[in-house]
Design a protein around this ligand. Structure first.
Ligand code: 13P
Ligand code: SF4
Length: 362
């Protein structure tokens, strides 16, 4: 396979500077290649006592493979829970680095592998552990709540980890206890949770390069063309986009909302990878990717996370064949500290989200 040139992704750093991070272009399969690759990956997963845990944003081939081989396709909360409870000795995470790290922190005794360890997330990149720690030190009166999309070191400095499906409930719980919150890193999700819960939240500055690009005006124009369509929005999106939503939720929440609302058409403001599962669950329903670029403007992510797209069948097979450079390691002391806020969230989820399940059984 020819090695394609990396794409350079611009993201905003916590201090407002612009950072640039590379992402590899998605793999392109030769005609007729898919079936043999899927068979090979299926065989290797079985032979290596490995389970595939995939996010909704990765390529449909990997989503289908995870489901067909007893793994799961889910949001980040369920990915963490599933990998933790599954009996396989090896967990293969098809997603981005923080997802692999979370799996390793929860399961230090298991092998955790990823098709590409360079699969980043702009929220994680915009939150360097030393700067974040200094921010926490400056506000010792606040409970530190961090989003899952952060490094192990940032989680280790926190009191709670949350994902988008449980952030609102956990922050509301802390608010009712009279706690003030230091929130990081996603400013849009933080703003949304603050408005819904009324909690006192001091925010870090970071955004998702994918969701930040959705445009309210263009969604309104799209609604005029599709008057019956309902709008589904991930809360990493800007406030003006969330204001147009018929439902706001995590990736799993968005799929459940489509099942619940019963419309014939949906405008979906999150990574377009999710539409694969939505079509499988609701055949005959139309799903439209929400627009990401204003008039005359261009988008850089265009509703597809450039780092999620780095997962493919070729590098999954390489990973399962044992090629070096695919195993996730987390320093033992950092992992021990980071485990507490993650376990706190899982414990809370067990009590407060009894319906939580992905598309697979651990
Ligand atoms: P979910 O937990 O909703 O799947 O979100 C993860 C993510 O990275 C969204 O951009
Ligand atoms: Fe991070 Fe955004 Fe990609 Fe999710 S979609 S992994 S938040 S960059």
């Amino acid at each position: 396979m020819a090695v394609a040139k990396p794409i350079q992704i611009r993201f905003e750093r916590y201090n407002g500077d612009v950072g640039i991070a590379p992402a590899k272009p998605p793999e392109v399969l030769a005609p007729g290649e898919r079936t043999a690759l899927v068979e090979r990956a299926t065989k290797l997963l079985r032979e290596r006592d490995a389970v595939l845990v995939a996010h909704y944003y990765v390529h449909p081939d990997l989503q289908d493979l995870a489901q067909a081989t007893g793994g799961t396709v889910s949001d980040s909360l369920e990915m963490a829970r599933f990998g933790h409870e599954h009996k396989a000795g090896t967990v293969v995470v098809a997603g981005v680095r923080f997802m692999g790290e979370t799996a390793k922190i929860l399961n230090p005794e298991k092998r955790v592998l990823m098709p590409d360890l360079q699969a980043e997330c702009s929220l994680d990149l915009a939150t360097p552990a030393d700067q974040f720690s200094a921010f926490c030190d400056a506000h010792p009166d606040r409970v530190v709540v961090v989003y899952a999309n952060t490094s192990a070191a940032v989680k280790a400095r926190s009191d709670w980890m949350v994902t988008s499906s449980i952030a609102e409930k956990i922050v509301a719980h802390l608010h009712h206890q009279g706690k003030k919150i230091l929130w990081a890193p996603d400013k849009y999700l933080g703003d949304y949770v603050q408005r819904v819960t009324g909690a006192d939240m001091l925010m870090w500055n970071a955004a998702c390069v994918v969701h930040e690009e959705f445009k309210a005006l263009q969604i309104e124009e799209m609604k005029l063309k599709h008057p019956g369509a309902k709008v589904l929005v991930h809360p990493e999106s800007p406030r003006a986009v969330i204001a147009l939503a018929d439902a706001v939720g995590s990736t799993t929440g968005i799929i459940q909302a489509a099942e619940r609302l019963g419309a014939k058409e949906y405008i979906v403001a999150t990574d377009g990878g999710i539409i694969h599962q939505m079509r499988k669950r609701l055949p005959g329903v139309t799903f439209i990717e929400a627009p990401t670029a204003g008039k005359g403007a261009t988008c850089q992510s265009c509703a597809h996370c450039p780092w999620m797209a780095m997962n493919g069948l070729h590098n999954l097979i390489e990973t399962l064949e044992g090629k070096p450079g695919h195993e996730v390691f987390v320093d033992a002391e950092t992992g021990r500290k980071a485990k507490l806020p993650i376990e706190r969230m899982l414990e809370f989820a067990k009590k407060n989200l009894p319906q939580m399940k992905g598309s697979g059984d651990a």
